[in-house]
Design a protein. Structure first.
Length: 270
C-alpha cells in the first residue's frame, strides 16, 4: 500500500466572522494526485494555507494536520520552515505576482535552493537547467535568463512548478495553478504537473474551481462547498456517478468533451 503522506483531520479555520473551513478531513498518498474543486469562496485557499500554517495569528484553527505522521500544528517554526519547500512545495494562483519582478528565473532558482542548503550559483544554475530539461522545456537557457515579465503566463506558472521541484518535495500544494490562463495554456500547465508526478513521484494536492481541469488529472477528486467537503472519491467514480447534487451541477457546467469522457459507456448525451 502507498504511504500516507498527508492526513488532515477535522480541520476548521475561520477569520473574524467567516467560518471558511468547517471540518474537512482528507488524505493524500505518496505519488497521488488529489484535486479539490469548489466555487469561489468555498474555502479552498484557506484549506491549503492552513495545512502549511500560513494563515497568520488572526485566524482561528482547529483539527490536525499530519505529514508522514508528524503533527505540523506542534512543529517548531524552524521545523516548519524546513518542511515548507523541502517536504511540501507550494505553487500559487498568480505566479508572476508571487515572483520578484527584479529577479531572473535563474536567481529565483538559486534562492529556492539556498533556502535549504549551501549551494554555489553555478551549481544552482546546473540544477535549474536540469530540472527544466526534465520537465521538457524546449529552451531552458532562455527561461533561466528571463525576468518573470519576459515570460508568458503559462511559462511563468511552469517555471514556478520547476522552482518548487528543485528541492524535490514529496508533496506539492497547488492553488488554482491554471485559473489565470487560457485553455491551451492550461493544458500545458496540467501536462507539466502530470510530468512532475511521472518523473519525480511527487504527490499533488491541487485546488481549482474548474472540475474539467481537475478531473482530467486527478486520481482522487473532492468537492468543497461552503467550507465542507461534500464529495470525495476516485476521480472516475465521482465524474461518472456524482452523489451530491452540487457535484452534479458542477459536472453539467463542464464542457461537453470532458463530459463525454466522464459518461458511463452506452449512455447517450441526447
Ligand atoms: N484574510 C481573510 N480575512 C477574512 N476573510 C477571509 C480571508 N481570506 C478569505 N476569507 C473568506 O473566507 C472564505 C473562503 O475564502 P477562500 O479564499 O479560502 O476561498 P476560495 O475557495 O479559495 O475562493 P477563490 O476560488 O475565490 O480563490 C470566503 O468567504 C472569504 O471571503
Ligand atoms: Mg482561492
Amino acid at each position: 500500500m502507498a504511504e500516507r503522506l498527508l492526513e488532515v483531520q477535522e480541520l476548521f479555520a475561520s477569520y473574524e466572522d467567516t467560518e471558511a473551513v468547517q471540518g474537512v478531513s482528507l488524505s493524500v498518498q505518496a505519488g497521488e494526485i488529489v484535486g479539490i474543486v469548489g466555487e469561489s469562496g468555498s474555502g479552498k485557499s484557506t484549506l491549503l494555507k492552513s495545512i502549511l500554517g500560513l494563515l497568520g495569528p488572526r485566524a482561528r484553527e482547529a483539527g490536525a494536520v499530519l505529514y508522514r505522521g508528524e503533527d505540523l500544528r506542534k512543529a517548531s517554526p524552524a521545523r516548519l520552515r524546513q518542511i515548507r519547500g523541502q517536504e511540501i512545495g507550494m505553487i500559487f494562483q498568480h505566479p508572476n505576482l508571487s515572483m520578484d519582478p527584479l529577479c531572473t528565473i535563474q536567481n529565483l532558482f538559486y534562492e529556492s535552493l539556498r533556502a535549504h542548503r549551501r549551494i554555489s550559483r553555478q551549481e544552482a544554475r546546473r540544477q535549474g537547467r536540469e530540472i527544466l530539461e526534465t520537465l521538457d522545456f524546449p529552451d531552458p537557457e532562455r527561461i533561466l535568463a528571463a525576468y518573470p515579465f519576459e515570460l508568458s503566463g503559462g511559462e511563468c506558472q511552469r517555471a514556478a512548478i520547476a522552482a518548487a521541484m528543485l528541492n524535490r518535495p514529496a508533496l506539492l500544494l497547488a492553488d488554482e495553478p491554471t485559473s489565470a490562463l487560457d485553455v491551451t495554456v492550461q493544458k500545458q500547465v496540467l501536462e507539466t504537473i502530470k510530468k512532475t508526478r511521472e518523473r519525480f513521484g511527487t504527490a499533488v494536492l491541487m485546488v481549482s474551481h474548474n472540475l474539467g481541469a481537475v478531473g482530467n488529472l486527478a486520481d482522487t477528486v473532492g468537492v468543497m462547498r461552503k467550507g465542507r467537503l461534500v464529495e470525495w472519491g476516485p476521480a472516475a467514480q465521482v465524474l461518472r456517478f456524482p452523489e451530491h447534487p452540487y457535484t452534479q451541477e458542477l459536472l453539467r457546467a463542464v464542457p461537453r468533451l470532458d463530459r463525454a469522457a466522464a459518461r458511463p459507456e452506452g449512455q447517450s448525451d441526447e
